[in-house]
Structures are given as C-alpha cells and as structure tokens.
Design a protein around this ligand. Structure first.
Ligand SMILES: [Mn+2]
Length: 427
C-alpha cells in the first residue's frame, strides 16, 4: 500500500458516524421508492474502471505544458500513482498501458502491478507520433498512409502491442489513429479508408480468440479538415467489416458539441458493437476535461442506457470502462480519483431509475413524467452509497482529504526530479 493504512483508518474514523447516519437516512428514502440501498451499494462496490497510465502525468496543450511536482518518471512510478487511486477509491482496479510510452520488460510490469494489487486493461497503440529511430514517418498518416511500408510498420506496432498485452494479461487492443487531412483535396476519402480497412484487417487477423479489438473514433484533431475514423458511423462500419471480435469505443469528448452521445450508445448496444468507453468531459473543442466536470447529466444519461442494457441483459453487452483525460491544472491523482467517483455516481444514479414506471410513461406518451422519472434519479444525492462502498472495500470515505493528509505528492517529489516544462502536447 502506497498510503499508510493507519492514516486512512484515522481519516475514516472522523467521518464514519456521520456517514452511517447519512446512509441510513438515504436508505429510508430509497426504501419508500422501492429501492434497496444495499443492492445499489453492492453494484457500485463491484464496479471498476481502468485508469490510463498517461493520466497520472500532468498534461498540456499544444501551447504549453506546466509540469507538476513529483511527476512519475516512468511506468513503474505511474503504476504506484495508479495504486494510490485504487487504494483510496477502490474504483480503479486496472491500468491501461500505452505503447511505446510504457514499454518495459513484461515480467517486471506484471510483478510490479501484482505487488500493487493492480491488473491491466486494454493496450493502447500509438501511431500518431514518430518515435526515435523510426524508419517511416507518420506525418501523413499511419494505417491509412499512401505508402505500403509505412502502413506495414503501423500494423507491426499494433501486433507488438498485442504481444506485450498477452504477456501481462490484457485482453483488448484499442486503436486510435490521427490519420486524416488538413486540406480539401489532400486525400481521396475512399482510397484512404480502403487502405485503413486493409491495414486494420491485418491487425484483426492476428488478434487472439479471447481478445477484443476496440477502434476509437474522433471527430477532428490532429487532422483539422478530415479524419479517417471521424464518427460512430465510420467506427461501426469498421467493426462490421472486421468481424465479431471488433467493437466501437466511445470517447465522450470525441464528438461535435450537442451530439446526442447517449443515443449513439443505445444504437451500438442494440447492434452488439459497443466495446467500451473513454470517460472525460468537454465544453468546446477540448476532449479531455475531467469526467462529469461540465455536464454530469449527460454522463448520467449515458449510464441510463448502460443500466437499461444491463437490466434487460442485452446480448453481448460487456463494455470496457476507462478514464481518458488530461490534467493540466490539477494534481492528476486527485482528478482521477474524483473522476472515477463521478463515473460511479452516474452509475448509482442510473440504478435508481424506476424502469417499469419509465416504460409505462413512454408507452403512454407521458413525456413530462418520463423525463421527471429520470430527473428524480439524477437529483438523488448518492454520495453516502459511494462512500459506504469505499469504506467497506477498504478505501477512504473522503479520498481527496485522505490523499492530502498523507502528503503523498510531497513525498514523491523528494525522489522524483522536476520534469521540463518545455514543449506542449501529450506526454
Ligand atoms: Mn480516448
């Protein structure tokens, strides 16, 4: 354990009596609505999502990056930071690695993770930037590049990610490419997508039988005129073309403003192609703000679709859940803890929706009562449920307070030298 367990116990002791009262009061209120608080708590306690390894470093924009103190120096430091998030929230048992940023001896990765009580989620490949010594550049694309050797290099990188993933116990590969164009006429849309599909098929062909391939769409950036995998329609076509192990990954920030994401989620569930999520939030063009920080109602509406599918046991429904956000002005550990709890909150609220009442209002076209049914669930303060689930799982009632009291960041800053602030972009 990275944080002293007696410190966490001491922090919890000061809050436990209040929490018990709040939990009992909420339990009575939910009881009147025919909901068992313990059932909801058990589901929340069993819910886990993955933390991206790159999330624990301070992010930046294309203008600048302002590094924080005690940033992780390598994947092993990152795993330690991830384990702090899991220790205090009990919501993030898995880490999602990014290759080549996290490249290390798989045996050492596995040993470190299991010592920290962590597992590994989906592998993430990177063909959106060039690495030192790389033979072919991705400046003009990777899997959809006009040059066959460049495409082959990108395919081989993805196959390497699968190999590393097999060695550390991952069972999914997430592919996001930055391929696209910046000028009308720069590329032929059709031929470019044909090249992409051909390359993606070469990756898919090598996917182990018990693995899933997630393709992730993004409307724009780094390409600003057109993007090869720009929306869920194209993403769905890819999953259809590739086969039954291919699924669509929905990153909440990768859509145009006002797009009805929860409806996209419903469509992908209906046709058995929802692979999973990258949770974050956005306001204008940024796709990496903290989950639930801008529009928690939208997050709830997404979870409303997920709980609907879970309740009716939609065929093949098994989405992967991961945070994917960039922390520029906060301590990444604090942001990831709060975001993981926001995801759990949306899940708990969605579990409170009176589904048979909602069905009735929908069937009788009572729009007002249907939407009120959702609002009733959303307005419920489920914090006592989340906090009790954390406490009973060995976490902290108030993770941020416990983290600050432990002085973890100050401690690691003593051994981790300050990282250069030069340069912008993703780190
Ligand atoms: Mn993403």
């Amino acid at each position: 354990m990275m944080i002293d367990t007696s410190l966490v116990a001491g922090e919890n002791e000061t809050r436990e009596a209040d929490l018990k009262r709040d939990y009992e009061t909420l339990g009575e209120r939910l009881d009147r609505r025919g909901v068992s608080i313990d059932t909801v708590k058990a589901k929340v306690a069993a819910y886990g999502l993955a933390v991206p390894s790159w999330g624990v470093g301070t992010g930046g924009t294309r203008f600048a990056r302002f590094p924080g103190k005690g940033e992780p120096r390598n994947i092993f430091d990152k795993l330690e930071d991830c384990s702090v998030i899991q220790q205090l929230t009990r919501a993030t048992p898995n880490v999602s690695l990014h290759i080549p940023w996290d490249k290390a001896d798989p045996a050492e990765l596995k040993a470190k993770a299991s010592a920290l009580g962590l597992g590994f989620d989906a592998m993430n490949s990177n063909t959106f930037q060039d690495q030192d010594g790389q033979v072919h550049s991705y400046k003009f694309g990777s899997l959809s590049h006009t040059d066959a050797a460049t495409r082959q290099q990108a395919v081989e990188h993805n196959l390497e990610c699968i190999e590393i993933g097999k060695a550390i116990g991952s069972r999914a590969l997430t592919v996001w490419i930055g391929d696209g164009s910046n000028f009308p006429g720069q590329t032929n849309f059709t031929r470019q997508f044909e090249r992409y599909l051909d390359a993606a098929q070469s990756i898919y062909a090598e996917l182990p039988d018990d693995w899933r391939l997630f393709t992730e769409h993004k409307m724009y950036e780094p390409a600003f005129y057109s993007t090869v995998v720009q929306d869920w329609g194209t993403n769905y076509m890819i999953a259809q073309e590739l086969g039954e192990k291919a699924f669509c990954l929905v990153d909440l920030g990768h859509h145009a403003p006002n797009v009805n994401i929860e409806m996209i989620v419903a469509r992908l569930i209906q046709f058995g192609k929802l692979g999973g999520f990258h949770f974050n939030d956005s306001k204008y063009g940024d796709d990496d703000l903290d989950t639930g920080s801008i529009d928690p109602y939208r997050l709830f509406l997404v979870f409303n679709e997920l709980v609907d599918a879970e309740t009716r046991q939609a065929p093949g429904f098994n989405p992967a859940h991961m945070l994917d956000q960039s922390h520029n002005v906060t301590d990444p550990i604090e942001s990831l803890m709060v975001s993981a709890m926001e995801v759990q909150r949306a899940y708990a609220q969605a579990l409170l929706v009176d589904r048979s009442a909602l069905d009735g209002f929908q069937d009788s076209n009572d729009a007002l009562m249907a939407t009120t049914t959702l609002k009733t669930a959303f307005r419920t303060d489920v914090e006592p449920i989340l906090a009790m689930a954390r406490l009973e799982n060995g976490g902290a009632i108030d993770p941020v307070a416990a983290y600050r009291a432990a002085g973890y960041r100050q401690k690691v800053a003593e051994v981790r030298p300050e990282v250069s602030g030069a340069g912008g972009g993703i780190v």
